[in-house]
Design a binder for this molecule. Structure first.
Ligand code: PGA
Length: 252
């Protein structure tokens, strides 16, 4: 049984370093009691250096730039993240894509992170569903573009997070249904298999993200057949996030 991967994406929260420290410390206390979950918190860049990860809770960044250094005002490089203690990076989150990040840029960032052995969480997800199944073509194209020229030797550091945009930031009962997620898990693995023939793609964790909380985490892991979750708002609430960790810990 492989460990579940539960990643908290704090987005542009909280406002102060003091709050970030408090929330992180409370999450560490919750995670201390958990054994079969890898927990990752992705705070905003200014807080990365201030938070001390431990054996149970790792740190990650919400984005990186595709170049190592140079004249890129406002950007943060992979080396900076790694030097600040980051062991994971999120790449291609829909909120970044909405700001203009292209498939090509996502591919470059992913290549940069994977080539340096950074655990990389590639986010994919369609804006809306349609009867004709066009969203599946969209997802296929997103995966193909993001993984362009990425060799199979890099796959051991890859994580795929499926986050349908229509299910992000909603109420928990508006998240995707676990049975629908099960289909998506199968579909994503099928696309990976077609891209990497003869390679064991089963080892690439597939996560679900979008309006996850205490009420739907367990069913999503069990019936959605996912390897973990990407949690937004509820990762800023130590009680709720701790409950999600505990549920993930016991769900088989
Ligand atoms: P949410 O965000 O849990 O607040 O819906 C998920 C995400 O965007 O990663």
């Amino acid at each position: 049984m492989r460990k579940k991967l539960i990643i908290g994406n704090w987005k542009m929260n909280p406002r102060s370093a003091e709050d970030a420290r408090k929330i992180f410390a409370a999450i560490k206390r919750k995670a201390a009691k958990i054994s079969s979950v890898t927990t990752v918190i992705c705070p905003p860049f200014p807080f990365l250096n201030l938070l001390s990860p431990d054996k149970k809770v790792a740190l990650g960044a919400q984005d990186i730039h595709s170049e190592q250094d140079g004249a890129f005002t406002g950007e943060v490089s992979l080396a900076m993240v790694a030097n600040a203690g980051g062991r994971y990076v999120i790449v291609g989150h829909s909120e970044r894509r909405a700001l203009g990040e292209t498939d090509e840029f996502v591919n470059k960032k992913l290549m940069q992170a994977l080539k340096h052995g950074m655990n990389s969480v590639l986010c994919i997800g369609e804006k809306e569903r349609d009867e004709g199944g066009h969203y599946l073509h969209f997802l296929n194209a997103e995966l193909v573009a993001a993984l362009n020229k990425i060799p199979s030797t890099h796959l051991r550091h890859l994580v795929i997070a499926y986050e349908p945009i229509w299910a992000i930031g909603k109420k928990e009962d508006e998240a995707m249904k676990p049975s629908e997620m099960h289909e998506m898990t199968i579909y994503i693995r099928k696309v990976l298999k077609s891209l990497y023939r003869g390679v064991d793609v089963e080892s690439v964790p597939v996560l679900y993200g979008g309006s996850i909380g205490e009420s739907n985490a367990e069913a999503m892991i069990r019936d959605g057949m996912v390897d973990g979750l990407l949690v937004g708002r509820q990762s800023l609430e130590p009680e709720a996030f701790g409950a999600i960790l505990a549920l993930a810990d016991k769900t088989r």
